[in-house]
Design a protein around this ligand. Structure first.
Ligand SMILES: [Zn+2]
Length: 215
C-alpha cells in the first residue's frame, strides 16, 4: 500500500519564500491520510501495526483529524514538521460556533485530536522518516492507567481515557525502537555511553530526596 501524498495544488510546491510573511499558511484535511494511518499502524492486520497504539483502536477513525499544512513553523530554534494537538475550542457564543463550523467544513465532524503534517516534509521524506513522524505524533495520544498500572477503561463508556502526553525524554521509546535514533537521540546515547562526568553517588549526595533514601 502506497503512502498518501499531499495534494499537488498546495502552494507548498511552488512557494515564493520572499513572500512568506504575507501569504497565509494553507491547510488541507485528508481523509486518505487518516485511513492509511489507521490501516497501517492501528488495525491489527496493518502491515506496520504497533500494539502501542491499541488504545486508539477502541475509538472510531474520527477520533483524529489529519491534515497537511503548506509550511513548517519554528519553535525554540527547531523546525516543526508535525504536530498532534487536542481539539480545545476555548471560546463561547458565535466565536465558538465559527470555530466548530471550521472543523466541520474541514473534517465533516469535530475530531478530538488533530495531527498536522508538513506537506514539504512528506514530499521529500523517505518512507521510514515519514512513518517515524506519523508514529511519533500518534504516541502523543496516551491513555490513563488504573491502580494496577493497566489501561483504565471507563465503566460508563467502555473506552480508555486518552490524553495528550509529552515525550519520553527527546523522543518516544517506541519510535526509537522501530525507526532508530534521530541525531538528537543519538547525541544523548553518546553522552550516556561516555559515562557521567559526575558519579551517581555525587548526585545522590547533592539531592535531598536521594540523601533520605541513602540514610
Ligand atoms: Zn513530539
Amino acid at each position: 500500500m502506497k503512502r498518501p501524498m499531499p495534494p499537488k495544488d498546495m502552494e507548498a510546491f511552488n512557494f515564493d519564500w520572499s513572500m512568506h510573511n504575507e501569504v497565509p499558511y494553507d491547510f488541507h484535511p485528508d481523509e486518505d491520510l487518516k485511513d492509511w494511518v489507521w490501516d497501517t499502524f492501528i488495525e491489527e492486520e496493518g502491515s506496520l501495526c504497533n500494539p502501542d497504539h491499541n488504545h486508539l483502536a477502541y475509538y472510531s477513525r474520527d477520533l483524529i483529524g489529519f491534515m497537511w499544512v503548506s509550511r513548517p513553523f519554528e519553535k525554540g530554534g527547531r523546525i516543526v514538521f508535525g504536530q498532534c494537538e487536542q481539539t480545545a475550542i476555548m471560546a463561547g457564543g458565535w466565536k465558538r460556533k465559527r470555530q466548530e463550523l471550521q472543523m466541520v467544513q474541514w473534517f465533516g465532524y469535530i475530531p478530538k485530536y488533530i495531527i498536522t503534517v508538513c506537506a514539504g516534509f512528506a514530499e521529500s521524506a523517505s518512507d521510514a522518516e515519514f512513518c517515524a513522524l506519523i508514529e511519533h505524533e500518534l504516541y502523543h495520544i496516551g491513555y490513563e492507567l488504573n491502580h494496577e498500572g493497566e489501561m483504565y477503561i471507563s465503566p460508563t463508556t467502555g473506552l480508555p481515557k486518552l490524553y495528550l502526553r509529552g515525550h519520553d525524554v527527546e523522543e518516544f521509546h517506541g519510535v526509537v525502537q522501530r525507526y532508530g535514533a534521530s541525531p538528537d537521540v543519538q547525541k544523548m546515547v553518546e553522552l550516556a555511553n561516555d559515562g557521567p562526568t559526575i558519579s551517581r553517588a555525587n548526585i545522590a549526595h547533592a539531592c535531598g530526596t536521594c540523601l533520605l533514601k541513602l540514610a
